[in-house]
Design a binder for this molecule. Structure first.
Ligand code: ADP
Ligand code: ADP
Ligand code: ZN
Length: 214
C-alpha cells in the first residue's frame, strides 16, 4: 500500500513516517532527506539544491521527481510513504506516472492539518539523531534517556540550517501557494483523508492507523 503524508513544514510528516516504518515495514521516501543527503555528498544536485533549500523555496520539479523515481525502484513490493513529495501539481502528475509505470497505486493521501503558530514553534524546537535521523523536539519529544537516541542509541544530534523563523515563513508561503492547490486533485479522486495534526503524536498515529486499517 502506497500513501502520501501531506502537510506544511513541521506538521509531523517525518515523525509519523518513522512510526509507520517501524511498525509496518513500510519505506519512507522523503525528498527533503534525499536532498540533504545530496548536499552532504556535495553532488551536482546537492550543490544546486543547497541555496534553494536555505532560502525556503522549492527545488525544481525535475530534480525531486527524478530522486523519487530512482528510489522507488529500490523498494520493490514494500509500501511507500511519500513524505514531502509531491509539493506541486506537476509533481503530483509525475508521481501518478511513476507509480503507473511500476504497477503501483496510491491508497491514501493523509493530510495533517495544523495551525501556523504551532508550526513555527515545532520547527524552532526540532532536532534529529545524527546517526539514524529519528526526529525529536525540545519540548514535545525528548529522547527517553538524556542525550541518547531512542531508536539507535546514538549520541550525536543535529539541527537543520533551514529551521529558523524567517525561512519557515517562506516555506509556509510556498506551501500555501504551490502545495495546497494539489489537495483538490486528490479529493476528487476520493483518496484525501484529513487528520487533526494538532493532537499529540500518539493520537495522530492512532488516526492514521485507523485509516490504513479501515
Ligand atoms: P519540511 O520538514 O519542512 O516539510 P523537507 O525536509 O520536506 O521540509 O524539505 C526541506 C526543503 O527541501 C524544502 O524547503 C525544499 O527546499 C526542499 N524540498 C523537499 N522536498 C521537495 C519537493 N518535493 N519539491 C521541491 N522542493 C523540495
Ligand atoms: P515534518 O516532517 O512535517 O516537517 P516533523 O515530523 O519533523 O515534521 O515534526 C516537526 C517537529 O514537531 C519535530 O520536532 C517533532 O518532534 C514535533 N512534532 C511532530 N508531531 C508532533 C505533534 N503531534 N505534537 C507536537 N510536536 C510534534
Ligand atoms: Zn538514532
Amino acid at each position: 500500500m502506497d500513501i502520501i503524508l501531506l502537510g506544511p513544514p513541521g506538521a509531523g510528516k517525518g515523525t509519523q513516517a518513522e512510526r509507520l516504518v517501524t511498525n509496518r515495514g513500510m519505506v519512507q521516501l522523503s525528498t527533503g532527506d534525499m536532498l540533504r543527503a545530496a548536499v552532504a555528498e556535495g553532488s551536482a544536485v546537492g550543490r544546486e539544491a543547497k541555496a534553494v533549500m536555505d532560502s525556503g523555496a522549492l527545488v525544481s520539479d525535475a530534480i525531486v521527481s527524478a530522486l523519487i523515481g530512482e528510489n522507488l525502484d529500490r523498494i520493490e513490493t514494500r509500501g511507500a510513504i511519500f513524505d514531502g513529495f509531491p509539493r506541486t501539481l506537476p509533481q503530483a502528475e509525475a508521481l501518478d506516472l511513476l507509480l503507473a509505470e511500476r504497477g503501483r497505486k496510491l491508497a491514501h493521501v493523509i493530510e495533517l492539518e495544523v495551525d501556523e503558530e504551532a508550526l513555527v514553534e515545532r520547527i524552532g524546537g526540532r532536532f534529529s539523531c545524527g546517526t539514524c535521523g529519528a526526529p525529536y523536539h525540545d519540548r514535545f519529544k525528548l529522547p527517553k534517556v538524556d542525550d541518547q537516541c531512542d531508536v539507535c542509541g546514538g549520541h550525536a544530534f543535529r539541527r537543520r540550517d533551514d529551521d529558523n523563523e524567517q525561512t519557515v515563513r517562506r516555506r509556509l508561503a510556498e506551501y500555501h501557494a504551490k502545495t495546497q492547490p494539489i489537495l483538490p486533485f486528490y479529493a476528487e479522486r476520493g483518496i484525501l483523508r484529513p487528520v487533526d495534526g494538532m493532537a499529540s503524536v500518539e493520537t495522530v498515529a492512532a488516526a492514521i492507523d485507523s485509516i490504513l486499517d479501515g
